[in-house]
Structures are given as C-alpha cells and as structure tokens.
Design a binder for this molecule. Sequence first.
Ligand code: DQA
Length: 141
Amino acid sequence: MKILVINGANLNMLGIREPELYGEKDYKSLVRYIKAYAKEKQVKVKCVQSNYEGKIVEIIQKAYKKYDGIIINAGAYSHTSVAILDALKAVNIPTVEVHLTDVNKREDFRKVDFVGLYAFKTISGKGFSGYSLAIDELKKC
Ligand code: DQA
C-alpha cells in the first residue's frame, strides 16, 4: 500500500509557530514519526509539504493512479480552498484529513472545512498521532 502525506501552509513552521497550540516538535520530527509508523505497518509513505495552494493542487493531480491513499493537512487552505477540494475529487483516491489541533474548538472560520467535504474521515486535535490514526483508517480501505 502506498500513501501520500500532504502537509500544507505553515506546517513547515512546526516547533516555531504557536508552540502552545502545535507543540514544540518540528516538521522533520513529524516526518520521522509518520515514516516510523508506516514502516511498522508495512505501508509505503511519501511526505510532501508546500505553502502554495496551486502546488498542492498539482501534487494531488500527480497522485492520480499512483497512490492508494492520501493523508492531507492542508493547514489554513482546508478552510478556504475549493481548488484543493476539486483536485481531491478529480483523482478520487481515498483520503483522510488531519488537523493537529481541534479546529472545532477554535475560531469559527476554522469550522468551514472544504477538504473535509471530500475526506471520508477527519481526525482533529490528536497531534502527531492523528497521522498514525489516518494510516490505520486507510489500511481498512
Ligand atoms: C491546522 C489547523 C488550521 O486551522 C491551521 O490553519 C493550520 C493547522 C492543524 O493542523 O491544526 O495551519 O490544519
């Protein structure tokens, strides 16, 4: 099984950005965490990060017929991007959405979630372990 993990805007700033919300560990630690869990579960993962909406759209388009699952934390684009939603619909790959924080307990604007309209599951507020739970969900597909 091959899974593509996409992290979007500002996820490269983990460890620096609002540590009281997102924790003290950096993006590299997140990638290490995901890869270690994937190995344990005998899943192949590719982890990518971009701050650019159009780039994320292209990454999703290129995943067409190449991956069995997508895990995506689009960051703030989750709440704004119809383009990312449309790209996910286009490639039709089982998708789990992850948010490190519990977006439903934050500002109202974070309750709008375009990515969540496509993802068959959204895991919110579980920190890094949200990504391992997402792998478990995709393995059930
Ligand atoms: C986030 C939540 C978003 O609202 C925010 O814009 C992010 C990170 C999370 O992982 O909790 O950048 O997706």
